[in-house]
Design a protein around this ligand. Structure first.
Ligand code: SF4
Length: 62
């Protein structure tokens, strides 16, 4: 599974980190980034949930 975050689109709403806290976090500026230790959680259902929750569709799961 490949997860891409378009940081040009991200508005720092934080919905991804709320939906999948083992995969996403927010950097000091509030923008989304993947947790380096996300590992097994990448395949979990919450990743898709996070992508759907993003208000600006900044997350692509392929
Ligand atoms: S939910 Fe979308 S806009 Fe909000 S922090 Fe995550 S990627 Fe950015």
């Amino acid at each position: 599974m490949q997860i891409d975050i378009d940081r040009d689109v991200c508005i720092g709403a934080g919905q991804c980190a709320l939906a999948a806290p083992k995969v996403f976090t927010q950097d000091d500026d509030g923008f989304s980034e993947l947790l380096p230790e996300s590992g097994d959680a990448l395949g979990g259902p919450m990743v898709g949930e996070a992508a759907r929750a993003c208000p600006v569709q900044a997350i692509t799961v392929s």
